[in-house]
Design a protein around this ligand. Structure first.
Ligand code: WT7
Length: 638
């Protein structure tokens, strides 16, 4: 269950400096929290009033059909109107929205004007291709500016984007294409990672061939590598953008922003759960906008003069909320980097922080641990004094990495916002704010308006310091609305274990100060380098290999990745085990799922521990692999 060990009660408490406290947007968190507790609807209504609504909502929260909560019911809005249209009417038109650096050192920048123009033109193209409000569009790209542009263009016309992380491969993309029934795919020729070219278009072609529903493929030329283009199906982005239609009938690059209901879907994003089928989490235009904008402003204190860098990939929820939508909602300047943190040398990130004068850095524990390994000399070569705030997300941060991040990168001045949240929550849920006293390894306390607790098996709160299930007891505006095409699974997965409260899938402790300490997942989800993978998906990739009869995957602690995948396979009759076969199996998983799913170790076995009903007991495999007690074996049947 646990990944890296997290100390329960560290000796140190980091209280923010007077300077940090004074400049923070929220100065009295306790008071704001109290207000939210007293009147949740008034609290979120006030937050929502920061944004532009085409027409106001009638009801802030409709909980008449739990757990299908609705927010800002009756309100008309479009998140893109708030991310772009609203800003280009002000001085922000001339402000940089995105500064992008490619792994090869190429730099591209977009002012709000330029970003809006590009989005408008691409939205016109999508409309002219017959993409309508409610249609699903799959985006499969590297970390390049056209990825947010494509997302925003979809949202602008009311299409629902489904971004598939560019590090995923054929079968992962195929499954997501098929489930979403996307007719249009937006991709690019390839990407740059670690000095190598990634063949995104080639992977997309193979997935599209398996899926069958795709009619149009739009390809951004990024690396210039040779790709196959299928006549009548594939179009170059730059060719389309040169068409008169991109500038609309009026001959300008304008494009009407679709008026959406607050509750209309904005996007869906696949995430791994307990079954092999990834589930598409659905988020909306209204509530998601309010939740993401408010949390980013309050937690990271983002100001107009700041340069913000969230190192995530836009293809995950962190990128959706805090690279694309959140910063644009606030009219902020974001930095985006295409490639690997260590390319060509381990100072790449630090040199870019210096070069661009980054003020706020938001990253993941795995990245910190990975860079820490190269020693202090690399960051110490650079002027990191622009950094004011730091952040982390994705998995528990071990206090050693926390302290290094705080001391070496933040020079002891920058507080660390350890934000706990999920694809499903859309926004930060348990998080410090600049004024919150910090304990290394704890995400501290719930955001105002959020009530979290730790329950035992029977749904009773556990005593302070005891381990239990992390639950959320109040609805919040950026909450997932459903699982696409599977509302029953939404109810069953999140709202059934403890009736009436949201089950997170995490185990945690709450200490005597009310601080939360996340321990790890309690379901069949493995966090590898902060990426969320399902054991079942990895297992089905393994059994799709002709040599494999059965497979089981578990996560075991790993110094850098947090957890690494270990797989156990039973071979088909007549297949001889060999080292070559093991490397073939690893390559097969990478081909089907992507490099992040590459198993650390594959062990060939002749039996797997199972329950009498035939379910693999991964818990037993895990205990055995770690030499730990195997626990209750009453249901075991090997
Ligand atoms: C799971 C959600 C939402 C951002 C990226 C992950 C783990 C996330 C923290 C944190 C400890 C964390 C949890 C959670 N997690 N942030 N600050 N401390 N654990 O989104 O892929 O949906 O994964 O990530 O286990 O349930 P995700």
């Amino acid at each position: 269950m646990a990944s890296l060990s997290v100390e329960q009660e560290p000796l140190e408490l980091y209280t923010p400096s007077a300077e940090v406290k004074e400049s923070a947007f929220i100065k009295d968190r306790a008071k704001v929290t109290e207000q939210a507790r007293k009147d949740l609807e008034a609290f979120w209504a006030e937050a929502a009033s920061e944004y532009e609504w085409f027409s106001p909502w009638e009801k802030v929260l409709d909980d008449s059909n739990k757990p299908f909560y609705q927010w800002f019911v009756g309100g008309k809005v479009n998140i893109v109107d708030n991310c772009l249209d609203r800003h280009v009417r002000t001085w922000r038109r001339n402000k940089l929205a995105i500064i992008w650096e490619g792994e090869n050192g190429e730099v591209r920048t977009f002012s709000y004007h330029a970003l809006n123009r590009e989005v408008c033109m691409f939205a016109n193209i999508l409309r002219s291709m017959g993409v309508h409000k409610g249609d699903r569009v799959t985006i499969y790209m590297g970390r390049i500016p056209e990825l947010p542009i494509a997302m925003l263009a979809c949202a602008k016309i009311g299409a629902v984007h489904s971004v598939v992380y560019g590090g995923f491969s054929v079968e992962a993309l195929h499954g997501r294409l098929e489930d979403s029934q996307s007719n249009v795919v937006i991709t690019c020729d390839g990407g740059r990672m670690n000095g190598k070219l990634v063949e995104l278009k080639k992977i997309a072609d193979e997935a599209i061939r398996r899926a069958g529903s795709v009619e149009h493929v739009i390809v951004v030329r990024h690396t210039g590598q040779e790709v196959a283009m299928e006549a009548g199906r594939d179009y170059w982005y730059h060719d389309l953008m040169a068409l008169p239609i991109a500038k609309s009938a009026a001959g300008s690059s304008r494009c009407e922003t679709e008026v959406m209901d607050a509750e209309d879907p904005l996007f869906m994003l696949y995430t791994s759960g307990t079954t092999g089928k990834p589930k598409a989490i659905v988020h909306t235009h209204g509530g998601y906008m309010v939740g993401v904008g408010t949390t980013l402003k309050w937690v990271f204190d983002l100001r107009d003069e700041d340069r913000w860098w969230c190192t995530a990939d836009p293809g995950w929820i962190t990128g959706h909320s805090y690279i694309v939508y959140g910063p644009l909602l606030l009219g902020a300047t974001s930095f985006m980097y295409e490639g690997a943190p260590t390319y060509p040398y381990p100072n790449r990130w630090w040199s870019m922080i210096e070069k661009y004068g980054i003020n706020i850095l938001y990253t993941a524990p795995t990245a910190i641990r990975g860079l820490m390994r190269f020693g202090e000399a690399w960051p110490n070569r650079h002027d990191l004094s622009s950094l004011r705030l730091l952040g982390t997300v994705g998995e528990p941060i071990n206090p050693e990495a926390w302290r290094w991040y705080h001391r070496v990168i933040g020079k002891g001045r920058s507080p660390i916002m350890d934000t706990w949240w999920q694809t499903e929550t859309g926004m930060f849920m348990i998080t410090p704010m600049p004024e919150t006293p910090l304990k290394p390894g704890s995400g501290t306390i719930p955001f105002p308006g959020i009530e979290a607790d730790v329950y035992d098996e029977t749904g009773k709160p556990v005593a302070p310091g005891e381990e239990g299930y992390l639950v959320l007891k109040t609805p919040w505006p950026a909450m997932l609305r459903t699982i696409y095409k599977d509302p029953d699974r939404y109810v069953q997965q999140y709202w059934s274990r403890f009736p009436g409260v949201y089950f997170t899938g995490d185990s945690a402790r709450k200490d005597a100060d009310g601080y939360f300490w996340i321990i790890g997942r309690v379901d069949d989800v493995i966090k590898v380098s902060g990426y969320r993978l399902g054991t079942a998906e990895i297992e089905s990739a393994l059994v799709s290999h002709p040599a494999v009869a059965e497979a089981a995957a578990i996560g075991l602690p790993h110094e850098i990745k947090g957890n690494a995948i270990h797989a156990f396979v039973i071979l088909r009759a007549g297949i001889e085990p060999s080292e070559q076969l093991i490397s073939d199996l690893k390559a097969h998983v990478v081909h089907e799922m992507g490099p992040i799913a590459n198993p650390e170790r594959i062990e060939i076995v002749t039996s797997l521990p199972k329950t009498r009903s035939g379910k693999i007991m991964r818990r037993v495999l895990k205990a055995r692999a770690q030499g730990l007690p195997e626990g209750d074996l009453s249901t075991l049947e090997e």
